[in-house]
Each structure stands twice: as structure tokens, then as C-alpha cells.
Ligand binder design. Structure first.
Ligand code: PBG
Length: 324
């Protein structure tokens, strides 16, 4: 039974037919928009390697959040650029910290928006690593209490979800315990469970001013060659109490997204990271690629691979492109 009985082209004849049988539908409702908050007020500075993405003070963040909500993007992920850095990332746990103040400004704006915070030390430490340093090494266990305090201070400020991205072992359990102790049992944990050591984070380190000042992150982020290990990382984080998990980056790890999706029945998020965004922007600026077409294709692929949620700097654009 084949040609001429079967002609797959019959269902590709018109856009109405193609739309009817489309298996994966890109939606803004499943996207999260990452944002960068810096000190001050009225500050809005474009990140040179990420056109359209800004470092902004809390007042400006709240304004852009209004736009995000109006477009139908359900949530944001907040990253902080603190006033000061030290070896232990102390500024990350201050009630007056940049992220905490941004959450406050967003809450005061009374927006219908899910506020997720990135929980990590790299933006707050003077050495730029995601944990504290002990004898030249990133110390796992000594970092956990600081991460838990940071998550607690985000919850106190009004975050809905905390998202640890440091890749220390045991941090999900430490954060869950801390939140529960302080009556934040309803705050969810979105864990960056399978986070690879990736060159695609390059532009982010400019955006968040978080490049490591020595060495690299290979001793805590995952090796790009490993997929089975991603399943182990996800299993451990779920056992520790994660509600949802992230695979990151997305585009070079579509197989990992699929395997995680197939193996676990929790919401799976994929992070379409800074380098994935900047590549498309740069090529489009050169006239080499059609930005809208390529971004749509990439984000469709991420959803087709199994992501329920996509964190992407294209979130606002997609909402505009998909608007009726
Ligand atoms: C670490 C963190 C990073 C990203 C999100 N959280 C950078 C890193 O691990 O070096 C990358 C996000 C992106 O590239 O868009 N706090």
C-alpha cells in the first residue's frame, strides 16, 4: 500500500489543512521571559551581544513586565546584577537586594505574572563561581545554606517559583527544607536539573556580569557528552523535592529533552539560552537568516522534542508573531 494510494502532499495543500494536522503548536502561553535587574532607577541598558535584551532597574523591569503580561506571556525569570560582590555572594540574600526589590516593584504593579527567580551565586560572587571557594575548589556543602537563604529571601519578597541553577548536589533538598521551615510550602522549585557546561552561555555572562574569574564550571555543570547522566540528575532533583525540571541549553540537547520527557511525569522546561538567541540575531542582522522563521522553527523543535515550558528571550517576539 503506497503510491499512488498514499499521497502525503494532500494534507499540505493549504495553510488551513496544514494547520489542522499540525502536531506541535507553538504557544506564547508556555513561554517564560528571562530578565536582568540592576541597581538604581530609570536604568535601561541594552546588552550589546543580546539585541532587545536590557539590564534594567526595578522600576523599568516592572514596566516591561506590564508589556510581557499584556502580550500573554505568563511569566518571567529574574536574574540580578547586584550593587556589590564578595567571595560568598552575600548581597544575594539581602531583603534590599536587586532581585528582591524588583519582585516588590512587580508585585506593586499588580500584574498577572508568574515570577520565577534564578537562585545562584555566580552573579553575586567576586570570583564569579556558582558556589563558595575552598582551597581553590567550588565547595558543594558550604554553598547549600547560602542558596537556601537566597531562595527564602526571594520567597519572602514574593516570588512564586525559585529556580536553582548552581548545580551543587543537594541544593533542592536544602531549599525545600528552608522554605517549608518558614511557611513557604506553596512556593515551587523549578530546578535546573540537567544543566550542561556550555559555550552557549557566552552572551549571558555579559548580560549578568557573571563570568568566572578563574577556571571554568566543568567541575559542577554537566559534560556535554552525557545523556544518561541527565536522567540521573533529574531523578535526584525530583527525589529532593523539585516540582519541575529544566534541561539547558535547549537546541544542542533536544535528545535530552525528549529522554527526560519520556522518563518522568513532571513538567519539563527547556532553556533556549543566550547564545542560541544571539546567533539568530547576529545572522538576521547580516541578512543571512530570516529571524522570525528561524526562531519559530527552533522554538517549535524545542516543544516537539518534549518541552512543556520554554524559557526564551524570544518570548515577547513570539507572542507578537502569533497574535491574531
Ligand atoms: C547561572 C546561570 C547561567 C545561565 C542561567 N543561569 C550561566 C552560567 O551557568 O554560566 C545562562 C542563561 C543563558 O545563557 O541565557 N546563574
Amino acid at each position: 500500500m503506497s503510491f499512488p494510494t498514499h499521497r502525503p502532499r494532500r494534507l499540505r495543500r493549504t495553510e488551513a489543512l496544514r494547520g489542522l494536522v499540525r502536531e506541535t503548536r507553538l504557544t506564547a502561553a508556555s513561554m517564560i521571559y528571562p530578565m536582568f535587574v540592576c541597581p538604581g532607577s530609570k536604568v535601561r541598558q541594552e546588552v550589546s551581544s543580546m539585541p532587545g535584551v536590557f539590564q534594567q532597574s526595578p522600576d523599568q523591569i516592572a514596566e516591561e513586565c506590564r508589556e510581557v503580561a499584556t502580550l500573554g506571556v505568563p511569566g518571567i525569570m529574574l536574574f540580578g546584577l547586584p550593587e556589590s560582590k564578595d567571595p560568598r555572594g552575600t548581597s544575594s540574600i539581602s531583603a534590599q537586594g536587586v532581585v528582591q526589590r524588583a519582585i516588590d516593584a512587580i508585585r506593586k504593579a499588580n500584574l498577572d505574572l508568574i515570577v520565577i527567580t534564578d537562585v545562584c551565586l555566580c552573579e553575586y560572587t567576586d570570583h564569579g563561581h556558582c558556589g563558595v571557594i575552598d582551597h581553590g575548589d567550588v565547595a558543594n556543602d558550604a554553598t547549600l545554606p547560602i542558596l537556601a537563604e537566597q531562595a527564602l529571601s526571594h520567597a519572602r519578597a514574593g516570588a512564586d517559583i525559585v529556580a536553582p541553577s548552581d548545580m551543587m548536589d543537594g541544593r533542592v533538598a536544602a531549599i525545600r527544607e528552608k522554605l517549608d521551615e518558614h511557611n513557604f510550602a506553596n512556593i515551587a522549585i523549578l530546578s535546573y536539573a540537567a544543566k550542561y557546561c556550555s559555550g552557549f552561555y557566552g552572551p549571558f555572562r555579559e548580560a549578568a556580569d557573571s563570568a568566572p574569574q578563574f577556571g571554568d564550571r566543568r567541575s559542577y555543570q554537566m559534560d556535554p557528552g552525557n545523556a544518561r547522566e541527565a536522567l540521573k540528575e533529574v531523578a535526584l532533583d525530583l527525589e529532593e523535592g523539585a516540582d519541575m525540571v529544566i534541561v539547558k541549553p535547549a537546541l544542542a540537547y533536544l535528545d535530552v529533552i525528549r529522554r527526560v520527557r519520556d522518563a518522568f511525569d513532571v513538567p519539563v522546561a527547556a532553556y533556549n539560552v543566550s547564545g542560541e538567541y544571539s546567533m539568530v540575531k547576529a545572522a538576521a542582522r547580516n541578512g543571512w537568516l530570516d529571524e522570525r522563521r528561524v526562531a519559530t522553527e527552533i522554538l517549535t523543535a524545542i516543544q516537539r522534542a518534549g518541552a512543556d515550558i520554554t524559557l526564551t528571550y524570544f518570548a515577547k517576539d513570539v507572542a507578537r508573531w502569533l497574535a491574531p
